[in-house]
Design a protein around this ligand. Structure first.
Ligand code: ZN
Length: 192
């Protein structure tokens, strides 16, 4: 009688975990889809929560005990929550990158850039080169201005005076731009 109850409890727990896994997976997939982050591999695995579930879990089913499957599902759920956190970070990075691209496409950006170039006669402020010149936000990085002003769209960018301060811009050749702290940090972060 006791064993029967235990088996029943395990059945229930297994069903509960399966449902939760599928639910969480579907939620994660939806968030990734909405943010255009779904890879082709994920598309194949996750277009249906059940498919992923079956591939991930069914390998153990049949031959394994409910107890074992419960353990595996709990692990899988932990992995999903890690993926969820990573997805949040990916979304933030992507949003910042997209916003930056939009801001750089603004006429106001071109005006700021041209004025900075004119001020320094199109020369890298470090070596005087006129080749591959890029314009750097120097004392305060683009990223920190965006964060400080709380910019989330181009109108807010337009209204943030810090972004258009001529004294916060300098031409740098590509080689020296790559050596600036914010670029070194950015590259390190994106290569790991
Ligand atoms: Zn230079």
């Amino acid at each position: 009688m006791k064993n029967k109850t235990k088996a029943q409890n395990e059945e229930n727990r297994l069903k509960e975990l399966r449902d939760r896994y599928n639910e969480e997976l579907t939620r994660l997939y939806t968030i990734r889809k909405e943010n255009d982050l779904v890879t082709e591999e994920e598309e194949n695995l996750m277009f249906n929560g059940d498919v992923h579930f079956v591939q991930d879990i069914q390998g153990y089913a049949g031959e394994s005990s409910n107890e074992y499957q419960i353990e595996k599902l709990e692990e899988a759920l932990d992995n999903l929550s890690v993926l969820r956190e990573e997805t949040e970070k990916e979304i933030q990075t992507k949003q910042y990158r997209d916003l930056r691209k939009e801001i750089e496409a603004m006429p106001q950006y071109k005006i700021w850039r041209d004025e900075v170039l004119k001020k320094f006669s199109n020369k890298c402020v470090v070596c005087g080169s006129t080749e591959n010149i890029e314009v750097d936000h120097r004392y305060e990085s683009f990223y920190s201005i965006v964060k400080k002003c709380g910019i989330i769209n181009t109108v807010q960018a337009y209204e943030c005076s810090g972004l258009w301060n001529i004294n916060n811009g300098a031409p740098l050749c590509k080689e020296h731009h790559d050596q600036t702290q914010s670029n070194v940090y950015y590259k390190k972060k994106n290569s790991t």
